[in-house]
Design a binder for this molecule. Structure first.
Ligand code: FE2
Ligand code: FE2
Length: 301
């Protein structure tokens, strides 16, 4: 029996940490990204969502953007991005955001704003948030930021699209799944703003994040926060989401981890790197619970 194609099918890549410069921390990053694009091109997807830390070195973004585009221009699916701390950290954050929006153009951050929304398929809406919005010209933290203007925009957007199933993409998870990583936490007041905007919005199907480089699934209000595995770190994984319509206003959101086919020999430089990196990779492996899963969501018809 032939399986029906899902209503919506997309991939989430997070924490690519790309740089064209050969660095000790992620020596195989360019190769991994090229293999990832090949892998994505073999699949039937509506789009690819990038939840931040596209780049590793904020001060090199202008130069690395050229090579990043060269690789991503081979992707046959549309892609949409959120900012991560590594993309914009530093003194001239506003200028760097403008540069990225311009450079990624209509295939990356497509609506000329750090936060935006659109409907990829009737009845669904992707909402991309900017959790690096500190309200200042500069951004000097690893923590999630979310100011009032974005909270108001989110509340209005969710109110205006109550007849759609909403998927939110943002870099920083608004939960603290790993308590020892305090430096990465969402700022308390900013978290309260996000919670205010999401109050009574039970049509939010999922909030997809990255940042911790660890895979997880955590209840958050009436929805779930799903943190994705980092692409850059061994064993180079991303997630594929499938939304199946079930009728009577219900759908099923499924997610499955996919490993980029980079052989251990190709990847040896990365896997056998410094202790810190190996520990992170090993930790990710051990703590990566809920790699595959799914749950029922409201799906207006
Ligand atoms: Fe990251
Ligand atoms: Fe991050």
């Amino acid at each position: 029996m032939r399986t029906l194609r899902p209503y919506l099918r997309f991939a989430q890549l997070t924490d690519l940490h790309f740089t064209a410069q050969r660095i000790a921390r992620y020596p195989t990053v360019m190769h991994v990204l090229e293999r990832t694009i090949d892998d994505l091109n073999e699949q039937d997807l509506d789009f690819v969502l990038l939840t931040g830390d596209l780049f590793h070195l904020p001060y090199r973004v202008e130069r690395d953007l050229v090579e990043f585009r060269r690789i991503f221009d081979n992707l046959r699916h549309p892609y949409y991005a959120a900012f991560g701390n590594h993309d914009v950290e530093g003194d001239e954050t506003a200028a760097r955001k403008a540069l990225l929006m311009e450079g990624l153009g209509d295939r990356g951050l497509n609506l000329g704003s750090p936060w935006y929304s659109f409907s990829p398929i009737k009845g669904t809406r992707l909402v991309v948030l900017d959790s690096t919005d500190s309200g200042d010209a500069d951004y000097h933290t690893w923590r999630g930021n979310f100011k009032s203007r974005q909270a108001r925009w989110l509340a209005e957007t969710l109110d205006a699209h109550r007849d759609e199933a909403i998927i939110i993409g943002m870099h920083h998870p608004p939960v603290t799944p790993f308590p020892l990583m305090d430096l990465l936490k969402f700022q308390d007041r900013d978290l309260a703003r996000l919670q205010w905007a999401l109050k009574n919005q039970d049509h939010v199907a999922a909030i997809l994040c990255g940042h911790y480089h660890l895979t997880g699934s955590h209840p958050f209000g009436s929805t779930q926060v799903l943190t994705g595995p980092s692409l850059v770190e061994h064993p180079h994984r991303y997630r594929i989401f499938s939304l199946h319509a079930q009728g009577e206003g219900k759908g099923h959101l499924e997610y499955a981890v996919r490993q980029v086919p980079v052989s251990p020999i190709e990847d040896a430089a990365c896997a056998k790197g410094r202790t810190v990196r190996f520990r992170t990779a090993a930790l990710s492996h051990v703590l990566s619970t809920n790699r595959n899963g799914g749950y029922t969501i409201a799906l207006p018809h």
